[in-house]
Design a protein around this ligand. Structure first.
Ligand code: UDP
Length: 237
């Protein structure tokens, strides 16, 4: 089955995608491969925004944050996303792709602050814009950051790269005959609490008519395949 082709997309990479199987928070081989794939689709003419998570380094509600004030943990999580954004930027620039990092938390010596019109100009010039620090506030996630930036930057779709090949009606690791959706509505995702993105991110995409394409980014070559409208994925619309 073929899906629509999009021109300007936002690619959401969770922090875990950068880990590969190495056990390192950022695996050099994995980030290089992901960068090559992003460079490839950029060369094909797609306009790309990227949002990176931080879960490979720090999450505000688990692990090392246990017992910590929630807002403090979340700010630390947002700082982790900035580290990942710099790592993705570095991997892309090493192979000749022009990028800019914009952070929702201003950090003048490290990267640009988020300025929508400036980000727009970067895209027009063919640069990839990497958005860091989510929405810039605690009690949110980078999924919400991705949905917000996708709306602000008028992206045609939000591509969520994960380690599964789409959205299932039950956890495929636990339920043998779990069925993968080809397409599924925002309201089904919300009503059935399907694990795609958090509810606020889904609602923001729904309210702004932004389809969410969920696909397996661990599979080499899949980003280009799915962007071409082929490959295995689920579209939430
Ligand atoms: N975070 C936040 N506000 C945001 C985005 C992220 O507080 O707008 C914090 C939150 O603690 C979160 C952490 O940053 O757990 C890392 O982001 P996320 O869990 O979304 O990363 P991912 O799961 O995509 O790797």
């Amino acid at each position: 089955m073929t899906r629509p082709r999009y021109h300007r997309i936002l690619l959401k990479l969770s922090g875990e995608v950068l880990m590969g199987d190495s056990g390192l928070s950022i695996d050099p081989a994995t980030i290089s491969r992901v960068a090559e794939e992003i460079a490839d689709v950029r060369r094909q003419g797609f306009e790309l925004c990227v949002v990176v998570g931080g879960g490979n380094i720090f999450r505000g509600i688990s692990g090392a944050a246990r017992g910590m004030d929630r807002a403090t943990g979340d700010y630390m999580g947002m700082l982790a996303t900035v580290m990942n954004a710099l790592a993705v930027q570095n991997a892309l620039e090493k192979i000749g792709v022009e990028t800019r990092v914009q952070s929702a938390i201003p950090m003048a010596s490290v990267c640009e602050p988020f300025i929508r019109r400036r980000a727009e100009r970067h895209l027009e010039k063919g640069r990839i814009v990497i958005f860091a620090a989510g929405v810039g506030s605690p009690f949110f996630t980078t999924d919400s950051g991705a949905a917000l930036r996708a709306a602000e930057m008028k992206c045609d779709a939000l591509f969520k790269g994960t380690s599964v090949d789409g959205v299932y009606n039950a956890d495929p690791k636990k339920v043998a005959d779990a069925k993968r959706y080809e397409t599924v509505s925002y309201s089904t995702v919300l009503a059935d609490d399907l694990k795609v993105m958090d509810a606020s991110a889904i609602a923001l995409c729904r309210d702004n008519n932004i389809p969410i394409v969920v696909f397996n980014i661990r599979q080499p070559g899949n980003l280009a395949e799915v962007l071409a409208g082929r490959g295995v994925a689920t579209v939430v619309q």
